[in-house]
Every structure is written in structure tokens, then in C-alpha cells.
Write a protein that binds this ligand. Structure first.
Ligand code: SF4
Length: 209
């Protein structure tokens, strides 16, 4: 008998989406373990290693149990880097179970999965991402780190044109990063870059996960 397809999972939990254009919406999170990058500002370091291998059916079961207590329509696959693992069967199984699926990715690995929404979050120093995300990304989320420059923001805006939003997300909501985000957003307007928006990590403001 073939072995069931498993994925390494760091955690599953129900909360509200704290980032990007779906901010504030009830969401069940599946955090996949492992990442191919090692960003200095990573706030999910514990998910970069380890994780527990769980069959796809078991992951969907966990999500459905969370939904019975917190009836969210959306599931967000996050990480770590979800595209590092073969998530296609999980996306299909979640959609068959009636969920809408969002994927948050650093964009370095592309898999042609049938997600409803892809949030692209390219990372320094190069902010490189697979060209297929030019078409597939619904939005861009940029951590306003020490490394982020107006030049990098302009190049990303050019590759993923408006009206798709680019969210400037202050690093850990820190004061210095919020000030830098305001400066960058102002410079972006003056340079004629469309739909570059200020944001915050809402879950950190409210104190939920
Ligand atoms: S890509 Fe995301 S999960 Fe990976 S190291 Fe960077 S911030 Fe952390």
C-alpha cells in the first residue's frame, strides 16, 4: 500500500489574519516547518527547523476540528516557507473540504498550486522571486527592514504592477521601522508608484497569535 503523503507541520491554530489585504478576517493557520532562507528579522524562527510529519488527511482533520470551534472560511498556509514542501495535495484537499486557501511565500520556489490567494513576500538582500509569481501574486508584503530601499520597492512594483497592493509592513511594528515605512511610502508617492500602502502586524497590536 502506498504511504500517505505527509508534510512537516510546525503548528496549526485559529486566529485572525494579521497581515496584508485580508487583515482582520477569521483564518485557520497551518504553519509548515522549514525555510530555505535565514532572514535576520525572522519572527517565526522556531518554524525553520523540525516540525512533525503529518499525513494530508490528518492536517485537514486538524483544520476541520479548529473550524468546529471557530468557523473560518479561509485557511492560510504559512511558515517557514510553505512552497518548500509538496503542498499541492493539501491545497486540493482543503478546497475539496470547502475552504478558501491563502499561501504566504517568500517567492523563491514556485509550485503551480490551485490557491485562491497568494501573498508574495520577497526578502533581502536580492528580493528575488520566481517569475511565475508576477502573474500569480495577489498582493506583495514587504518587511520594512534596515535593508529595504526605495530602489528595491520600485523594482518590485514594476514586476508586480498596480492595482495589486504592496504593503509596507514595519519590522515587528518597531518605532524606527514605522518611521522608515512612512518615509518610504511618501517617497513612493512622489516617485509615482501606485498602490503602495502602509500597514502593521495587526495580531501584534491586538495581542493575538
Ligand atoms: S523567509 Fe520568512 S520564514 Fe524564512 S527566514 Fe525569512 S522571514 Fe523567516
Amino acid at each position: 500500500m502506498p504511504r500517505p503523503h505527509t508534510l512537516k507541520i510546525a503548528e496549526t491554530f485559529a486566529s485572525f489574519q494579521g497581515e496584508g489585504g485580508r487583515q482582520g478576517e477569521p483564518t485557520i493557520f497551518v504553519r509548515l516547518a522549514g525555510c530555505n532562507l535565514a532572514c535576520r528579522f525572522c519572527d517565526t524562527k522556531s518554524a525553520r527547523q523540525g516540525g512533525r510529519p503529518i499525513p494530508v488527511r490528518g492536517i485537514v482533520g486538524r483544520v476541520e476540528r479548529l473550524k468546529s470551534r471557530f468557523p473560518a472560511e479561509w485557511v492560510c498556509l504559512t511558515g517557514g516557507e510553505p512552497m518548500l514542501q509538496e503542498i499541492g495535495p493539501l491545497v486540493s484537499a482543503l478546497k475539496t473540504a470547502g475552504f478558501r486557501v491563502q499561501i504566504e511565500t517568500n517567492g523563491t520556489i514556485f509550485r503551480p498550486v490551485a490557491a485562491d490567494r497568494i501573498t508574495l513576500s520577497p526578502k533581502p538582500p536580492g528580493y528575488a522571486f520566481h517569475p511565475d509569481f508576477r502573474r500569480r501574486a495577489a498582493e506583495v508584503k514587504l518587511v520594512v527592514s534596515r535593508e529595504l530601499t526605495l530602489g528595491a520597492l520600485s523594482r518590485i512594483r514594476k514586476k508586480i504592477p498596480a492595482p495589486r497592493p504592496v504593503f509596507l509592513q514595519p519590522e515587528s511594528n518597531a518605532v524606527w521601522s514605522r518611521a522608515k515605512a512612512v518615509r518610504l511610502a511618501g517617497a513612493a508617492v512622489r516617485r509615482g508608484l501606485k498602490n503602495v500602502r502602509l500597514s502593521l502586524q495587526l495580531h501584534k497590536v491586538y495581542g493575538f497569535r
